[in-house]
Design a protein. Sequence first.
Length: 318
Amino acid sequence: MTAAKLKFSVFLPTLKRPDLLRKNLEALELQTRLPDEVLISLRGDLDPEGVAVVDEFVARTTKLNIVKVMLTAPGIVVAENALLDAATGDVACLIDDDAIARPSWMGNIARHYESNPKIGGVAGPPINIVDGKPEVKQAKYQNRVVFPGFILDQSTRHSKQVVPSQHFRGANMSLLISALRNQGGFESRLLGDCFRYELDACLGVSEQGYKLVFDPKAEVDHYEAPRILNTGRFDTAAIHNNAANETFVLLKHYGFLGRLLHLPFAILIGNFPCPGILWGVMGSLAGFSSKNRYLLGVTAVWPAIKGRFTGLKMYFSS
């Protein structure tokens, strides 16, 4: 594969957000470097409005090379894998339908791949739009996976410069298509809304010898529209599934020592979407003075612990 001749494929899954989808496509038309193709996954049975928006763009001779990928089954991983199957490019550029790319987004992603064949992934900040204004914050640390399973994530914040990264968020990330296909695509065995599917994909690409970088200039504005399916992000079932998926993914990629130590760490400490005992206690105490929705308290600990054992079972069944 010659770096100077790379093709960039936008992966755009959408469901029942026709107005944001239109704005997303309009922003892609304004890119200083146009993508080589824009693959859009659609559910004709659930989202005829979305299909109509895409058909409208095709009918008016858009500058974009749009490819419709029709789905019959739900799920973000189902959608991403269908887009991966249909892609003809070298790099998959994932973007949410409620994320609006800034004009230099594609160019800032492309420059890394085309200057360094060791690059396997590039991401940038999906900047949350709050009350109509971008919420710009500085990152305090890089996205990392701290052994044996603490996930540091500041994807929505700006780093001061291009920095190495160990994982991305699907709202604004890109990965080499050949590397994704080498590892069998996106992980299809995850539960619920497939939390941590991006982590699994990133770890898999890194294990093939590629580097991942975070570029603060590869920006999109993220409007974070309400979900249509899997709407309970913080209910008991979601916490269980988050914990199961996280444990399954980390056990899948860790060696013997990591597999041995991960479960005790996860039960004692855990991470914010699936807290362990200490995290849950701290979340409950902090909840008296903070209204942060991510501070899950002690009531989240038991479903998270059950999820950890589900993830263990998933790993040994795989």
